[in-house]
Write a protein that binds this ligand. Structure first.
Ligand code: FES
Ligand code: FES
Length: 156
């Protein structure tokens, strides 16, 4: 079947199978390799992307469900000008990146949560920020620096 969608601000049309996973559409169909394949069980968060602004695990999400919707991957986080988004800047500034395998998923989750907080006019505390990242695993950093980065994105 053919679906139309927007990815990183650009309209696309793609022929897919009903069983195609969103991560496969992104990585193989569109050659955007920044979204990482990890557990394929919804446990690690490495595959996190935004669909209409909501963070989802693309390994569990059927591509057919993005028809008519807007996807943002790590490649589109900084917008068309190709500059780094504040989320990426803060992850670097706080030393929240080591091997980098979790980083694109972490960045997308931080982006989704910080945008939601801004919409609601909320400045979350450290526990709330850490809880928002529970779906993203990191084997390197011990999380403290990632949470520090996320807190500074959220306005603390
Ligand atoms: S690869 Fe999707 S949650 Fe791990
Ligand atoms: S930086 Fe290596 S898994 Fe997070």
């Amino acid at each position: 079947m053919k679906i139309n969608f927007t990815i990183n601000g650009k309209g696309r049309a793609k022929e897919i199978k009903a069983s195609t996973l969103l991560i496969d559409l992104i990585r193989d169909g569109l050659k955007l390799k920044g979204t990482k394949p990890g557990c394929f069980e919804g446990e690690c968060g490495a595959c996190t992307v935004l669909v209409d602004g909501h963070a989802i695990n693309s390994c569990l999400y059927l591509a057919v469900n993005v028809a008519g919707k807007s996807i943002t991957t790590i490649e589109g986080l900084g917008g068309e000008d190709q500059f780094l988004d504040i989320v990426q800047e803060k992850l670097i500034e706080h030393g929240g990146v080591q091997c980098g395998f979790c980083t694109s998923g972490m960045a997308m989750s931080i982006k989704s949560y910080s945008d939601k907080c801004k919409e609601e006019g909320k400045v979350p505390n450290r526990n709330e920020v850490a809880k928002s990242l529970e779906g993203n695993l990191c084997r390197c950093t011990g999380y403290v620096k990632i949470v520090d980065a996320a807190i500074s994105v959220c306005g603390n």
